[in-house]
Design a protein around this ligand. Structure first.
Ligand code: NAP
Length: 330
């Protein structure tokens, strides 16, 4: 019989709520513990979502021997400390994106996983969306020829709040690590790390990067044009331009969505519907974590830690290019 995993969420914020709702879709996942810095917040989160236990500190939760897997859902400024806390207690970790603030911190998390021989994966949920998987299948099949260009964006106009994690440098503020990471992921998955990067950014009054435009160039001749912003709305789409057609992951391309495929031979766009009728789409990554744990794996073959390090390194290179730094951390 399949093992049922006792999940804990570390941090009772916005994304933890959505993820927990999707966990309910998985028969082998149990909503076991909600951990917050504030016990009353943990208690109300736990009772709203159906967690069995509520902890008023992250430390208490990681000391509970019944916890089988932890979803780290704090701001990215805290991923290193919180992921390492769990790993040092031998708790398997699904660590939200951005994996860390920079490559140095990302390597520290990976080292903790290896030192403790404990499972670790970045919660890059897009990797597990059926729509994204289908797009990669079409690219890899070469039925539309070779991939030449990636065009991807992610922007919305959130209200400016200097204390909010989106703008607060102490909480990892900036559009790149929050949403620009998705367009970067869209390019890295099929093309790998770029040979050259050009980027320009605009900054908010807090010093955090607010809008960023990026161009990747590969010695193979492939390119990517990518952008993110907190100052305006974009279509939130990704296009893959191939020699004999294109694939477009439609709004919101990073979630379960529709796929438009244009084939030069047919001269028309075909739409494939992968929208999710039951959840937000976080259940796929959680299901994959449990498959890995069932198989005794310490990392995922589909989303390995080497990819998370490549992604973090690329984000560092982009921030260097535009001069977007986290004072005291970079
Ligand atoms: N995969 C996705 O679709 C997706 C979507 C949105 C965000 N994210 C990622 O998920 C992470 C959390 O985002 P969110 O929007 O859920 O954030 P949020 O609601 O602002 O906060 C997350 C939680 O982190 C905890 N926390 C710990 N130390 C903190 C500190 N010093 N300041 C503020 N909060 C602190 C708090 O929980 P307690 O008070 O309970 O301790 C807070 O509720 C980010 O890294 C973000 O990039 C992913």
């Amino acid at each position: 019989m399949k093992k049922t995993y006792n999940w804990a969420v570390l941090g009772c914020g916005k994304i933890a709520r959505k993820f927990s709702n999707d966990l309910k879709l998985l028969p082998n996942a149990k909503l076991y513990a909600a951990a917050s810095r504030d016990l009353s917040k943990a208690q109300s989160f736990a009772s709203e979502l159906g967690f069995e236990k509520a902890y008023g500190s992250y430390e208490e939760m990681v000391n509970d021997p019944k916890v089988d897997a932890v979803y780290v859902a704090t701001p990215h400024s805290h991923h290193r400390d919180h992921a390492i806390l769990c790993l040092n207690h031998k708790k398997p970790v699904l660590n939200e994106k951005a994996f860390a603030l920079n490559l140095r911190e990302a390597k520290e998390i990976v080292k903790a996983a290896r030192d403790n021989n404990t499972f670790l994966m970045e919660a890059f949920w897009t990797q597990f969306q059926p729509s994204f998987i289908k797009a990669m299948e079409i690219i890899n099949s070469r039925e539309l020829g070779a991939l030449k260009t990636v065009r991807s964006d992610f922007a919305f106009n959130g209200p400016f709040d200097p204390k909010n994690r989106l703008y607060n440098l102490e909480l990892g503020g900036g559009s790149l690590l929050d949403i620009g990471i998705y367009p970067v992921f869209a390019a890295l998955r099929p093309l790998g790390k770029p040979d050259r990067i050009k980027a320009m950014a605009d900054f908010a009054s807090t010093g955090s990067e607010e809008s960023i435009a990026m161009i990747f160039k590969y010695d193979s001749g492939q390119m990517a044009t990518l952008a993110s912003s907190f100052a305006a709305f974009s279509s939130v789409q990704t296009e893959y331009w191939l020699e004999n057609g294109y694939i477009r992951l439609n709004r919101h391309w990073n979630t379960p969505t529709t796929l438009s495929v244009f084939n030069k031979e047919k001269d028309k766009e075909e739409v494939l519907d992968y929208t999710d009728k039951v959840g937000f789409g976080y259940q796929y990554e959680a299901a994959h974590v449990m498959e890995c744990l069932d198989a005794g794996k310490k990392e995922s073959d589909i989303l390995p830690l080497s990819f998370s390090l490549d992604l973090m390194e690329t984000l560092d290179r982009i921030r260097d290019e535009v001069g977007a730094f986290f004072p005291g951390r970079d």
